[in-house]
Design a protein. Structure first.
Lengths: 189, 765
């Protein structure tokens, strides 16, 4: 899964070539940073909750990635980078002393009243709460899929699982959320 | 089914408009849509500055974590293409060079070497007030230069300063000093974390501040090993003296500086109880200003007034106390105004929230949280002034790509995004007096003492190192004709010898000028064919082979009294000869010198400026009037009055359609090129000293005697007042070729704004 970069007119390299070049020339790593900053930051923000932590983790992830550039052995750059990201996030969550509700989460719940005004948004708010109650490994899977925009194959590389297992796990998450949502909806009616 | 579900999920993650696969049941598709929407709704959109800021953090982390893995080992990877293989070979050469450079760096910094004991001066017996850590040794250091720029120690008035080394961990040292100072009657303890939070990820820097009867003590601690590679060049000489495992202790003790903050209570507001006051956490970039290091004071208030009204009240309050606002922004999403007010290092940061922080208090409509005190950015140490030119200590390359920043005896290079290039040019034993970029931005010439070094941006090396025993007075790159650097030396008898010391190279020509006398400045003609040398009382014109062509008297001590322009395709040099005459010398493209040497006569000439196209000259006169001349026809087009005090500076707009004069009468005036007064700008409260147009001509900045910078649109519409509060030299701010207003501060920091006055961040070294 080696995609051409969106700056193809300036830079004829594929992502993995860029990364290989980055082993000697930091300018190429800057290109990788340019390409992946948004996805990595979104993934971190989704997993840790506060923008401050997400920012700190994002810089840590790219630092680790840069330092490990020489160890890259080809293959999907997204999977390689998100594997580093996944490890950093897991370590971070493990070391974090408290999971107290952050300002950011408070902001979401404060918005709930407004969300309730519209059916679609209400649905989304309920689903968001259901997602928040999912086990950590399932939330990780969703974060990698949506915020990280990774394919099942790439997620498999990141988590050390097969592509099929990832697909099945995602399917189960959706199925579980669908059932849980129905229960709430029926309860209301 | 699982494939359909996951495929649709992945597709939606990338494109919110993706359509579900036809075989996927609609209900599952709807759940997938809701899940993706819910996941995306949680993600805050990253603020615009975030990307650059995180990138800087990455670079700093790598630097702080000593040798990056990437540079330690180079493992070849399987090549995908032939082109790739070629790239790899080139890459290996680069890496080998990098490794060699690293070894050189290591050799130079003595990293990992055991430092000879004689560098340490022995155990200290006694000082006035005993703040020596037990069993520590005193290090050699320069008490003026040896402190980090952003540290409360810099703010101590009349400090005693010393540096110690000891084998102990930072927390133990900190605990020792805390106990000792407490026992000796010090109070008001504050932890000193590094201001720049990029350094915050490792606890290799610690410190504390304590107060007693108008005195203060600041203890700053470093773990040396971690800091060898961090950006603290001022401490380099100290780190160099440390034995392995030793920590560095910096002690500063002296008077507490005065903090000027107006009364910040809001009329009729309720003060929160002490236990509810906590230091506000502002989002970046405001968090930079939270670092109130001296006499920090926190107030939390609640009022029934609307938050915007409250914000206006504080704006007016600070305005009338002549504070400026480096930051003032309103977030409509969260309904909060962040306000930062500063004056001479005193800072107040205010967060004014719509709504109550307490559910029990139903009368509260607005919560105000204020931090005030002396900013951590404050620095009492003056910076060394550069010899000539208004570009005092930071110079943009003509391409706008690099910024060269002179800090003491070194030049630090930044790129245009504010990312350190990790290049510090040192080895200057004497103060740097001038730095100039070559027209192609590839070479940087640096004059210091009796040497001129030429730095090559491509190879990151000193390309030439010329020694001029008599000393160097000035340097200037020719705008064309290859890369010719003119060097004015003090002792002509050594000039030839000096020239020979620089090997000849076709691409780089160094011209030394054989004459006596103090050279104030060198001025190349726009086509690079002529060089004018400016002395205190005369100007000489040379051709590129250093043959003297002409000589004029020049008014003594004149300001901006020599300037080139291209007038009717001729190279034209205007020189203010005396108080009533400006002489213009011309030469055509073939080098033929014009027969008519135009003279413009006015009763009392204060200064003059060519219009950008060379067709007009604006003259400021000693009676505060301005006249516009057409030099080619020796005629005055118009003379006009406006200012009631002497004109301090003036500048044409880049399109030549208008010009601005600034004066001691506290006004700036915008004129059309035919001398019509377009607008009087009277917002300044003190004399206005300088004006500078942005290169794109969309804005101009005026600088007053009270450190305020006002930004204006080209038509004279007020944009914003900027105040940084430290620098007393308006020359320290200038526009980059890319229209970024750059201000170099005494503490070595560089602050940037765009043409609309929006902050582009601050660079710290």
């Amino acid at each position: 899964m080696d995609t051409k970069t969106f700056r193809a007119e300036e830079n004829p390299f594929t992502e993995s070539e860029l990364l290989a070049q980055a082993q000697s020339n930091p300018d190429y790593f800057a290109e990788i940073y340019e390409l992946y900053f948004g996805r990595i930051y979104a993934y971190c923000a989704r997993r840790v909750g506060t923008p401050e932590e997400a920012e700190d983790l994002t810089s840590l992830i790219f630092t680790r990635a840069w330092a490990a550039v020489a160890k890259y052995r080809g293959g999907s750059v997204a999977a390689w980078l998100f594997k580093i990201a996944h490890n950093c996030v897991v370590n971070h969550l493990r070391n974090r002393k408290s999971f107290g509700s952050s300002e950011h989460l408070a902001l979401i719940s404060a918005d709930d009243n407004i969300l309730a005004e519209l059916e679609d948004q209400e649905k989304r708010a309920i689903v968001a709460k259901l997602i928040a109650k999912l086990p950590d490994d399932q939330r990780e899977l969703l974060a990698l899929s949506v915020a990280g925009q990774l394919s099942s194959k790439e997620i498999g590389v990141v988590l050390g699982k097969g592509e099929g297992a990832v697909r099945m796990a995602l399917h189960r998450i959706i199925k579980g959320l669908r059932q849980a949502y129905h229960r709430i909806d029926e309860g209301k009616q | 089914m699982s494939k359909l579900t996951s495929d649709y999920l992945h597709a939606l993650a990338k494109d919110p408009k993706a359509t579900p696969p036809p075989n996927l049941d609609p209900e599952t598709a709807e759940v997938v849509q809701t899940v993706v929407a819910a996941e995306k709704a949680v993600n805050p959109a990253p603020e615009t500055e975030l990307k650059g800021r995180v990138w800087r953090q990455v670079r700093l982390r790598l630097q702080a974590e000593a040798l990056p893995e990437a540079e330690k080992s180079f493992a070849p990877v399987s090549p995908a293409t032939r082109r790739w293989q070629l790239g790899l070979i080139a890459a290996m050469v680069i890496v080998m060079l990098g490794v060699a450079a690293m070894f050189l760096l290591i050799a130079q910094t003595e990293l990992g070497r055991k430092v000879p004991a004689e560098l340490q001066t022995g155990v200290v017996q006694s000082l006035d007030y005993e703040l020596i850590y037990p069993n520590s040794t005193l290090l050699k250091f320069d008490p003026v230069k040896g402190f980090p720029p952003v540290n409360p120690a810099s703010a101590v008035v009349n400090p005693k300063r010393y540096a110690l080394a000891v084998e102990a961990n930072l927390q133990d040292i900190l605990a020792y000093y805390r106990a000792k100072l407490q026992k000796d009657g010090y109070s008001g303890f504050e932890d000193n974390k590094p201001l720049n939070y990029y350094y915050n990820f490792n606890s290799f820097e610690e410190g504390l501040t304590a107060y007693k009867d108008g005195e203060m003590v600041v203890i700053t601690l470093y773990e040396s090993k971690q800091n060898m590679f961090t950006s603290q060049p001022r401490l380099y000489n100290l780190f160099k003296q440390l034995q392995p495992k030793q920590s560095l202790i910096l002690v500063a003790q002296g008077q507490t500086p005065k903090v000027e903050i107006p009364d910040l209570n809001y009329p009729g507001a309720t003060v929160f109880s002490q236990d509810r006051i906590k230091k506000p956490k502002h989002p970046p970039p405001f968090d930079r200003y939270e670092e109130v290091t001296i006499k920090a004071n926190y107030i939390a208030l609640s009022t029934a007034d609307d938050y915007l009204k409250v914000a206006d009240y504080y704006r007016q309050k600070f305005n009338s106390a002549d504070f400026g606002f480096p930051r003032d922004s309103q977030s409509q999403i969260e309904n909060v105004v962040y306000l930062v007010a500063m004056k001479n290092g005193s800072v107040a940061t205010l967060a004014i929230y719509a709504g109550s922080s307490s559910k029990s208090d139903s009368n509260t409509q607005t919560t105000i949280i204020i931090t005030s005190g002396l900013s951590g950015l404050y620095n009492a140490t003056p910076m060394r002034p550069m010899q000539d030119g208004k570009y005092t200590s930071a110079v943009w390359s003509p391409s706008g790509k690099y910024l060269a920043h002179v800090l003491e005896n070194q030049v630090i290079l930044w790129d245009s995004y504010g990312i350190s290039l990790f290049t510090t040019i040192t080895d200057f034993s004497e103060p740097i007096t001038k730095i100039v970029w070559s027209p192609d931005s590839k070479l940087l010439a640096i004059a210091a003492g009796n040497s001129v070094k030429i730095w090559d941006m491509d190879t990151k090396t000193i390309l030439r190192d010329g020694k001029y025993p008599g000393g160097v007075q000035s340097i200037a790159w020719s705008p064309f004709g290859g890369s010719t650097l003119a060097v004015a030396v003090e002792n002509p008898s050594n000039a030839n010898q000096a020239a020979q010391a620089l090997p000849k190279e076709t691409s780089l020509k160094i011209t030394t000028l054989p004459f006596l006398g103090d050279i104030k400045a060198l001025h190349w003609s726009p086509d690079g064919k002529f060089l004018a040398t400016e002395q205190d009382d005369k100007v000489e014109i040379w051709d590129s082979d250093t043959k003297k062509l002409n000589q004029f008297p020049k008014i003594k001590g004149g300001k901006n009294s020599v300037a080139w322009a291209v007038m009717e395709q001729k190279q034209a040099l205007a020189v203010q000869v005396d108080e009533s005459r400006i002489q213009i010398w011309t030469a055509d493209s073939a080098g033929t010198i014009g027969s008519n040497q135009a003279v413009l006569k006015e009763a009392g000439i204060a200064q003059f400026r060519w219009s950008p196209d060379g067709t007009l000259v604006a003259i400021a006169e000693s009676d505060n009037s301005v006249s516009i001349w057409e030099p080619l026809k020796f005629r005055r087009l118009v003379s006009t009055k406006g200012h009631i005090s002497p004109i301090a500076d003036m500048a044409w707009s880049p399109d030549g359609e208008s010009f601005v004069t600034v004066a001691l009468d506290r006004t700036a005036r915008l004129w059309s090129k035919d001398g019509k007064l377009l607008k009087t700008l009277d917002q300044h409260a003190t004399p206005v000293l300088r004006v500078a147009w942005s290169p794109d001509g969309r804005a101009f900045a005026t600088f007053d005697a009270n450190n305020n910078i006002y930004l204006w649109q080209a038509n004279g519409t007020f944009i914003i007042k900027l105040n940084w509060g430290f620098s007393r030299e308006p020359g320290k701010a200038d526009w980059s070729p890319n229209n970024v207003l750059t201000l170099v501060e005494k503490d070595g920091s560089i602050t940037k704004w765009d043409g609309q006055g929006r902050s582009l961040g601050t660079l710290y070294w």
